[in-house]
Every structure is written in C-alpha cells, then in structure tokens.
Design a protein around this ligand. Structure first.
Ligand code: B12
Length: 498
C-alpha cells in the first residue's frame, strides 16, 4: 500500500486536489513484480492518523510505502510508525527527495520505523527490491537503497536513471478519480502527468536539479499526448498539470507535443511550469501553447534585482522575466510567479522594492515565499548561520526559517502577508476590466480559492479586515460574471462603494 503523508499547509491544496503521480508508476511497477498494489492518498482525503489506522487495519498490507519532501517528512514517519504499531512484520519503505538526501539521519533516528529507503528515481529500484523479497537475495546488490544493518547505516551503489521514461506501466486504474478536482475550473477532473524529468540548472535554493543530477530526460511526444487522451477518454480528465520541472527544455520535442495536442483537439486545459528564457525563446510559437490547451504558466521569477538573481544562480535577467510575463499575457494565458523573501540581507526597504517590482511585472498571480534552505540544497551552506527554525514541518515556503540580520522572523512573516494583501488589492480593478471571458472567470474563481486558502485566511485575520472586504468584492464580481455583461464602468462604481 502506497500512502501519502497526511500533511497540509494550506497553500497549493487550496486550488485543487492533486493526485500522487509517483505512486502511479511505482504501483505499476509493484504489480509488474507480482504484487497487488493499492494507492491510498490520505492527504487528499484529508485523513489523519485515526482514519489511516482504520484503513491499514482493514487492508492489512504486507508492505507500506510512503513518499516525502522535507515539509512532509514528520507526517511520513508517523504513517510508517503506525504501520509498525499495527503489525511489526510490515515492511516499511520510504522514498522521495528528503529520504534520498537525508537517509542517514532518518535511518539513525528511526531505526524501528523505516526498513528501507529508496534513494533517487524509484521505479527500477523498487522493482528489484520487490522481486528480491522472499528469495533472500541480499539487498546490498540492489542499487539505490539505504537501510540499517547491525546498528549501522548501509547505502548501496547509486542507481542509474531509467533510459526510457515511456516504459513504466502506469497504474492509472488505482487512482480514486472522484477525489481530484481543480477548483478554479468548474466541473473539472484533474490529472497530473510527467512529460520529462530533471533540470540542468544550478539554482542554489532548489533541490530538484540535485535530485536529478542536473540531467534532463524527455518522453516521446506521441506517448505524452496519448496519455493525456487516455486520461480524458478513460477517466473524464479535463484539466492536466504537467508536473515537469522543465517541459520546454527541448524546443523540437515540445513543439511536437503542442502540434499533436492541436491536431487532436482534446479539449483539455493544461497547467504547467517553465523557465522565462524558454518563453522568450518560444515567442514565435507561443500562439500554439494556447491553442494546445495551455492556460496557466508558472515561471520562477524569484527575485527582482539582478544581484539576488546572480547570488542564487538563477541564470536569468530581470528583463527576460518582464518580457516572458508580457508575452504570456499577450497570448491570453495566465501567469503565476514567485518572489522569494527573507534572505539574510533582507530589509523592509528591500521587501518594499520587491513588492513594487512585482506590481510592475504584474503577473496574474504572485507568490511571496519565505526562502527555505532544504538541508541538502546548495543554498544551505550559505545561510546556515541564519537558520532559526529546525522543525521540518515548517519547511513549506510560507513559514520563515532564516532570520535576516536586520529583521525578525515575525517581521518577515508579516511582510509576506502584507505583500500578498497589497498585490491582490491592486488586482481587482484589473480583473473587472478584462475582456477575455475565460480569463476573467478563471481569475475570479482563483481569487475566491485564494481567499479560502487556510494559509492566507489564518494569517490575514490578524492583519486587518481584508478578507471580508475582498469577499464582498468577489461576490460582486461573480454576480457580474453570471449576468452576461454588466459593464465594467457600472461594476467599478459598485466596487468603489465597498
Ligand atoms: C505535484 C506537486 C505537488 C502536489 C503533490 C501531489 C502528490 N500527492 O504527490 C501538491 C500540489 C499537493 C504539492 C504540495 C506541496 N509541494 Co509540491 N510538488 C509537486 C511537483 C510539481 C511534482 C511532483 C511529482 O509528481 N513529480 C513527478 C514524480 C514522478 O517524481 P517524484 O515525486 O520525485 O517521485 C520519484 C522519486 O522521488 C521516487 N519516489 C518518490 N516517492 C517515492 C516513494 C517510494 C516508496 C519510492 C520507492 C520512490 C519514491 O520515485 C519517483 C519516481 O521515480 C514537485 C516538483 C517536481 N517537478 O517534481 C513539487 C515539490 C515536490 N513540492 C514542493 C513543495 C515545497 C510543496 C509544498 C510544501 C508547497 C506548499 N507550500 O504548499 C506542498 C507540500 C504539501 C504536501 N502535502 O505535499 C517542493 C519540495 C521541495 C523539497 N525539497 O522539500 C517541490 C520539489 C517543488 C520545488 N521545486 O521545490 N506538490
């Protein structure tokens, strides 16, 4: 049984319910090794340890496997502890980015909880591990593992990356499809796919390029589009998140995916992330993005001054970011970006400058994130003296972890909320004036979703009466959306009275 850690911090899950893609290929692999597999997305079902215990007692799995990033590691360990409590003979497996890098610390601190850690890409390692059970093959010969033996941590050879990402037997039939929705688009069923793995960049705050060893592998465009079609035809999926770090890396491959999507006209909305320089590079084919179904692009702008961009090795220029946002808007797609706050030299003045520039860039959505030093990211060494929070469950990009020299953690926390508030208050008038009905509805729904996000509502409560005011404005906007063309001027007048 593959179980997601029951962890919530109220940000991304406010926008939808996202399926655990890693488990789809891992469960497929488990079946290939001759096991029966079950995917239990406790996080999405909002199940806590009590419900998980009931489900484990009902299913009585021989093996319980979980996945974890840094913020979810404590919740992941709780799941495995529970599995051991119910039946000490259950084999427990952990995988994902945090266990991959922090396997020594985890195995030392949880010797009776984790039996095996799968380091790095999971499919081939899991296949070999599962096939070895019961025939007493020593784990030492399986690359990509770590485990305790006689009180010492053993790690086996590095696992090489799979040559063919299209070869995994995806267990889509094990997904409980009714759970997955994107709240921004009504009547949606949300799928998640991966068209490539890896990133060749060197950004010091990120862990993904380290996880994938700065290598990038793309899937066959035909297979990617067939998969989207399969999800639509078989499970009614009409919105798909492309989970890749960098789907656009190979322009030829990417354009082929776009062309195939246009040809097949699947009627599926696509959400994706990429880098600003690829958007600028693709100026001449951006019209194909929208026609292929791409409606929402997240680009990591991260910082608004060149000095910080260079410091974090983002390898982009301020001008490129500005141009990328402009281009995406020109093609009627929605832009989302993040700005990272709380570097050691942060001051109130530098935050005010970031906010001002965020408004100048003017993406549809801006996130103001607290810089978070994953203990294995390159940034960690640069900032470790400034770390004041050591509880991993707070390593979620919203809770400040680093104390800048001239600001307190509380001041960073307040500044983040204040940036959100000021940025979005400005947005409302813009939304009213939008001409494109799809984009307008999308942004209105998103604003509502954001205001329902537990992260923002709980933090804003202490900072004035904004939520009530924004809710009122949104109600008015919604009314307008439903009334087929109540003019922008009339709406502006009404809004002014709020
Ligand atoms: C989709 C996604 C989500 C979904 C998760 C849905 C789900 N249940 O899986 C949602 C939207 C809920 C989400 C939330 C968050 N996310 Co997120 N998310 C992603 C994203 C974009 C894709 C993940 C994915 O599916 N990858 C594809 C699969 C195939 O790769 P994989 O997960 O790494 O799995 C492979 C291996 O790691 C390994 N493996 C993984 N698990 C296991 C388990 C076993 C048993 C085995 C054998 C192997 C194994 O094998 C897999 C196949 O090879 C990644 C970025 C990325 N591109 O990966 C960020 C990412 C994982 N998220 C991140 C963060 C920070 C968060 C949030 C804290 C953000 C927030 N403030 O809300 C929350 C945490 C909430 C939570 N409960 O998880 C960070 C984690 C950073 C870190 N080092 O800790 C990432 C890396 C983004 C980034 N660039 O920094 N996220």
């Amino acid at each position: 049984m593959f179980v997601t850690p029951p962890y919530h911090c109220g940000v991304v899950e406010a926008a939808g319910r996202w399926l655990p893609l890693a488990f789809v290929s891992l469960a497929g692999v488990a079946r290939k090794a001759g096991w029966e597999a079950e995917i239990y997305d406790a996080m999405t079902k909002d199940h806590g340890l009590k419900e998980i215990e009931v489900r484990l007692r009902e299913s009585r799995p021989d093996i319980v496997a979980t996945t974890s990033s840094t913020s979810t590691i404590i919740a992941a360990m709780d799941v495995l502890k529970l599995a051991k409590k119910i039946d000490p003979n259950t084999l427990t497996i952990a995988g994902g980015v945090h266990p991959t890098f922090c396997y020594e610390e985890l195995l030392e601190e949880n010797p009776h909880t984790i039996d095996v850690i799968v380091r790095g890409e999971g499919e081939t390692t899991l296949l070999e591990l599962l096939a070895s059970l019961g025939i007493d093959k020593p784990l030492d010969n399986i690359a990509g593992l770590a485990f305790n033996r006689n009180g010492a941590v053993v790690s086996t050879a590095e696992r090489e990356f799979a040559k063919d990402l299209d070869s995994f037997p995806m267990a889509w039939d094990l997904i409980d499809w009714k759970d997955y929705r994107y709240f921004v688009i009504s009547n949606s069923r949300l799928g998640v796919i991966s068209s490539s793995r890896g990133c060749n960049q060197d950004c010091t705050f990120c862990s993904q390029q380290k996880f994938w060893k700065q290598q990038w592998r793309g899937r066959n465009p035909e297979r990617v589009v067939e998969e989207i079609q399969h999800l639509r035809d078989e499970y009614g999926v009409n919105v798909v998140l492309i989970a890749d770090e960098l789907p656009t890396k190979d322009r030829g491959r990417w354009e082929r995916i776009l062309d195939l999507l246009i040809q097949r006209d699947l009627g599926v909305y696509l959400l994706m992330e990429t880098r600003v320089e690829d958007i600028v590079r693709d100026k001449d084919i951006l019209h194909k993005y929208r026609r292929a179904g791409i409606v929402h692009i997240y680009i990591g702008v991260e910082a608004t001054d060149q000095k910080t961009l260079d410091m974090i090795k983002k390898d982009i220029s301020v001008e490129q970011s500005l141009e990328a946002i402009r281009l995406i808007h020109e093609h009627n797609m929605i832009t989302e970006t993040s700005f990272v706050l709380g570097f050691p030299d942060e001051t109130k003045t530098s935050i005010a400058r970031t906010l001002k520039l965020a408004r100048f860039y003017n993406p549809d959505f801006a996130h103001f994130l607290a810089i978070t030093p994953w203990p294995y990211a390159n940034l960690y060494e640069d900032v470790k003296e400034h770390i004041e929070v050591f509880d991993y469950s707070k390593y979620n990009l919203i809770e400040p972890i680093i104390k800048p020299t001239r600001m307190s953690l509380k001041q960073i926390d307040d500044a983040i909320v204040s940036c959100y508030r000021k940025f979005y208050m400005n947005k409302l008038n813009e939304i009213i004036a939008l001409k494109d009905p799809f984009k307008k509805r999308y942004l209105i729904n998103s604003m509502r979703v954001m205001m329902n996000s537990s992260f923002l509502t709980s933090k804003m409560r202490g900072l004035g009466k904004l939520p009530e005011k924004v809710k009122k404005v949104l109600r008015l906007l919604e009314k307008e959306g439903n009334s087929n063309g109540d003019g922008a001027t009339r709406m502006k007048r009404r809004l002014a009275s709020v």
